[in-house]
Write a protein that binds this ligand. Sequence first.
Ligand code: CP
Length: 332
Amino acid sequence: MVSKHLRSLHFLSRDEIETILELTRDIKQKPAEYAHTLAGKTLAMLFELPSLRTRNSFETAMTQLGGHAIFIKCPPEESFPEKSRELAGFVVDTWLGTMESIKDKAKVLSRYADVIMCRATKDETVEALIKYSDIPVIDGMTPSFHPCQALTDLFTIWEKKGRFKGLEMAIVGDLGSQQDGANAANSLMIGCAKMGIDVTASCPEMNRFMPYGKPWEWALEDAKETGTRIEIEHDPQKAVKDADVIYAYYQYSFEAGPEKMRERMVMFPPYQVNTKLVDQAKPDVIVMHCLPAYRGLEITDPVIDGPHSVVYDQAENRLHTQKAILISLAKK
Ligand code: CP
C-alpha cells in the first residue's frame, strides 16, 4: 500500500486495492506461511463503540501473524449519564478526546505499538490520530467510512464471482443515516467505483436516507474516472432486477429511539430483502450483509440462511483481509 494509513478507499488506487485482495487470497490459502510475519509487532485497538467482527478479527489476525493486539475500551464520555461519569472511569481504559488530548494519545501509542486501529463516534477523532500519529492508523469504523469492511466485501465478491467488471450490485437500505453514518455503504460504493462494479443504490426518497456529502461525491468521482455506473433507484424491485450481488444494508436502528423506529417501520418494509425481492435478481445472485443484521426486519431468515447468502463467508473474510491490511501497513 502506498498510503501510510487506511481511512477512505478513495485514496487508494485500483492497483493498491488489487494488491491487498491478492495478498488476502494468498493468506487465506496458505495461513501457515504467514504465522510469523508480524512477530514482535503490536496493534493498539481503540474502541468507542461495541464490535464483534472488527475487534475479534483484528485480535485473532495479530495472534495468527505472530504479533499481539491490545484492546483499549474507550466509550465516549457523554454516553454515560453525567452523574455516573466519575464511576464510569473505573470500567473504561481511557476516554478519547477528553482528559488527555488525541495528540498526546497518538504520540504515546506511537512509542509502544506498530499500528493503531480506531473505531470512533466522530470522524475528527480518527483524522486527529492520523495527523499526530507516527505509526499507521486504520479507520475501524467512523460515521463516514468502514474501509476494512469494504475491502472484505470486495474480496468476497471476487472470491465468489471471479471478477468485478460487468457485475451489477444493488445496495438496499438506509444509505444516508445522518445519525450513525452509512459508513460501510459509503466505503463499498467507493470500492465498487474503483473496481468497476456497477451499483444501484436503493433507499426511500427522503434526504436523510439517501447518500450524501463527501463519501457520495467521491464515489461518483471515482465512478466517472473508471466509467462505472452508480445511480439511485428508489424502487427496490427495479433496483435488484438482474443483480449479481444484493447487499442488504441496515434499515433499523433501535438506538435511534421509539419515534424514529416507528418512522422506519413505515418507510422500510418495501426494502426488506426477502425471497420475493431476491427472486428478481439473477439466479446465481449472492446476498451479502456486513452484520449485525436485524433478522426479520431488513433481511428475512429464509434469505440470510438460504442458498444465495454468503454472510458467514463474508464475516470470515474479515479475518483474512485484516491480516493483509496489517501486513501492508505494519511492514512500512
Ligand atoms: N460489520 C462490522 O463491522 O461488525 P462489528 O460492528 O461487529 O465489528
